[in-house]
Design a protein around this ligand. Structure first.
Ligand code: AHR
Length: 352
């Protein structure tokens, strides 16, 4: 009995000692890892190679832009030039305008002039030809000028210019082919004559290539193709010469509106009715193209946007401030058709 009580007693003592030990055991928590608060220093954003001395705070008023325009070959070009002159005034930048008169030698001379002009810090080029620009672009870059290509794409290494802002001419050609396919749908013959722009310009090369890519699908056959140098007079002369040889033509693809107007005149004088006997399609969508569509002479105009100056100047300012830019910013463009029931309304809202 005594033995049993002793055992119970000892058991109780053991339980109490254990409980006391447990309470006394300090709760071991992981010592907090004391890390130094990181010192947040703003890493200066790296300036691109095109930045000017005023970067990153350049304003439009710091820019002196030397703009090498192709010439003044028609309504599209006039709208493009006005866009540059008017926008420069609105933004308060200095514009030095150079008219290359559609002469490559003059354009190259003008480029040299701007490279050497200490006031000019931005050069904008609407190139007459796609090739041959590497050397002079390198000179401009070495002289610390921001170079922006506008309207006409060039074949040169991308590191020689800050950005290119302009149309997708090949897409304009593909759209033209798709529209011509619709216009000639159901016709037995699908013979098309092509009036080409300035040979050597990206607009002419790419529109021609795009048209050929798109036309195969509906059986169009290009039976004549020749340059009309973007001009109404030459477009007319070329069409007259073709008409003297044959009147077997269902469509005319004029790579710009002006040449399309020349073709329309030539067709009428040859006793054909444009819009009925021959479908004329052109590129640009100028005010006069809408007029020709409303009169039923022109069937379709594919838009090429000339109002590029706001985008070009903005890009130049960004480049001057050391921002990296995409190498190509394509314009958004539509297609307008003579049979659109809202054509008058659309024409009234056009700005060029
Ligand atoms: O580069 C754009 C082209 O140049 C236009 O389609 C044409 O009219 C202009 O002269």
């Amino acid at each position: 009995m005594f033995h049993y009580k002793k055992l119970v007693f000892l058991f109780m003592v053991a339980v109490m000692v254990l409980a006391a030990c447990q309470q006394a055991t300090p709760v071991v928590t992981e010592a907090p890892v004391v890390t130094e608060a990181p010192v947040v220093t703003e890493a200066p954003a790296a300036l691109s190679e095109w930045s000017l001395d005023c970067a990153p705070n350049c304003q439009y008023s710091d820019l002196v832009v030397g703009f090498l325009q192709t010439g003044s070959e028609g309504g599209w070009r006039a709208a493009n030039t006005s866009s540059f002159k008017e926008t420069a005034e609105q933004l308060g930048l200095t514009l030095k305008f150079y008219d290359s008169q559609n002469d490559l030698a003059k354009q190259v001379a003008g480029f040299h002039q701007f490279v050497q002009d200490p006031e000019v810090n931005v050069i904008v080029l609407a190139a007459l030809e796609t090739t041959g620009w590497e050397e002079i672009l390198q000179e401009a870059k070495d002289a610390g000028k921001v170079v922006v290509i506008e309207d006409r794409r060039i074949d040169a290494p991308e590191d020689l210019y800050a950005t290119y802002i302009g149309s997708d001419f090949a897409e304009e050609g593909r759209k033209s082919a798709a529209e011509m396919c619709k216009l000639l749908e159901g016709m037995e013959g699908k013979k098309v004559w092509e009036l080409v722009g300035n040979v050597g310009s990206s607009a002419a090369k790419d529109r021609g290539q795009g048209f050929r890519e798109g036309m195969g699908e509906c059986g169009i056959e290009i039976t004549n193709s020749q340059t009309g140098n973007w001009s109404t007079t030459e477009g007319k002369q070329v069409t007259e010469a073709w008409l003297r040889e044959s009147k077997d033509v269902q469509g005319i693809f004029a790579q710009n509106d002006e040449m399309g107007f020349g073709a329309i005149e030539a067709l009428k004088e040859a006793g054909l009715t444009p819009g009925e006997d021959v479908k004329v399609l052109s590129v640009d969508a100028t005010g006069n193209a809408f007029k020709a569509m409303l009169e039923g002479d022109l069937s379709v105009t594919v838009e090429c946007n000339p109002l590029l100056a706001p985008q070009v100047y903005e890009a130049a300012l960004k480049a001057a401030n050391g921002e990296e830019l995409p190498k190509w910013v394509p314009s958004q463009e539509g297609v307008f058709r003579a049979d659109d029931p809202n054509l008058e309304e659309i024409a009234a809202g056009r700005t060029y």
